[in-house]
Structures are given as structure tokens and as C-alpha cells.
Write a protein that binds this ligand. Sequence first.
Ligand SMILES: Cc1cc2nc3c(=O)[nH]c(=O)nc-3n(C[C@H](O)[C@H](O)[C@H](O)COP(=O)(O)O)c2cc1C
Length: 210
Amino acid sequence: MRAAKRTSETGPEPSALDTIYSRRAVRSYKPDVLDEPTIRKLLDAAVHAPTAIHEEPWEFVVIQDKAALKRLSDRAKTLAGEEAAKHRDLLKAPGASSTNAHPASMLADPNFNIFYNAGTLIVICGKPMSQFVTADCWLAAENLMLAARAMGLGTCCIGLAMPVLNTAEVKQELGIPADVTAVAPIIVGVPSGPTAPVPRKAPEILRWVR
Ligand SMILES: Cc1cc2nc3c(=O)[nH]c(=O)nc-3n(C[C@H](O)[C@H](O)[C@H](O)COP(=O)(O)O)c2cc1C
């Protein structure tokens, strides 16, 4: 499916600030699969991010195969479950945070798909270049997410997928060279409805020297 075209009914293009303030981590999608021109538009927006020493260290993997996404989700949950088990004692320690975005029950639920059944996963990968590769890839990720928002699409970073995407086995399957790192996994799709905003704390200014 092509991203919704803006018409006189949908109103004018949103401003950059409207797009920033209305972007949400979208966790519920319509089954539509995005078409190639839409994906290419998102990737083009991504590569227009600032890039240190003009290295452009990014490469992309696009996965739109439902079965492949489900397999990846299952493997990510298994890996996260094993990690959680290793750290269970630490989490029980007095003063340890009880905040856990992905509780064990969720990881054990066979119906929980870490990609929320989105039709597309775009993995932004970083080539081994300078110390700024990770920063560049995340800037590209934000560009991609804001462009998607401006095109009427939803996105969500899926940090839970990072460990599995960086295993030798999955890298080989996805054509990611051994020395390239999967940095930012982003799901994209047509939101199934509106997503409520998550409030932010006011910026903490440590010092304003003037
Ligand atoms: C690096 C990173 C990793 C994230 N990983 C996940 C994830 O694995 N699963 C998920 O549902 N949301 C994930 N999120 C989304 C955040 O939970 C979300 O951005 C945050 O709650 C604020 O909500 P908002 O983006 O709608 O403002 C991730 C966000 C970032 C920046």
C-alpha cells in the first residue's frame, strides 16, 4: 500500500513541528503492506540525516515477509527470555528497578509479536567507520520516523530486536556483513487507529551560561 496522499480533504502538509509533536510509537497496525516507492521514500529521508565527517555509514535491510518477521520475533523473545533469566538475581536485588518494558509473561506469550504485526521492518545498519556510526544511524532513524509520520504512517523502534539481529546466524540470513552492526530496527505500517501521546518531563537545564 502507498502512503496516504494529502488532498484538499486531508489538509495541508504538516509543519516540521506538527510532525515532531504528533509522532507516536505505534503498536497496532492495519495488515496493509507498504509498496516499494513508499519504502524508498522513507529510506531517502533517512539518508538525508546529518552524518559525521560525511561518512554516510548506513546500510538497510527491509523485511516484509510476515513469516520471516514472526520467526525473528520468536527468536528475539527466546533470546530476551534467556537474558532476563541470567539477570533475574540482579533484578531481585534491593533497590533494583522493577520497571521492565517486556515482562516475562509477555515474552512467554506465543501471541505477542515484538513487531506488533507491522508489515515492514527496516533495520538501519552501521558500517565499521568512525566513532559516530551509531549516532548517524539513530539520526537516520529519526528522519525515517518523522518522514513516515508526515506521510500518514506509523513507526516504532524495536530495541528488543537488536540482540537477535546481531547474532552471526541472523546477520548471515539477512545479508548483513559480519563487521556491520544492526543499530536501529524500526517497524513501519498503517496505524490501525490513533495512539495517545506519552507525556514528557520538562527539559532539565543544568546550567544556562549567558
Ligand atoms: C532505542 C529505543 C528502543 C525501543 N524499543 C522498543 C521496543 O522494543 N518495543 C516497544 O514497544 N517500544 C520500543 N521503543 C519505543 C518507546 O517505548 C517509546 O518511544 C516511548 O515509550 C515514548 O513513546 P512515544 O515514542 O510514543 O513518544 C523504543 C524506543 C527507542 C528510542
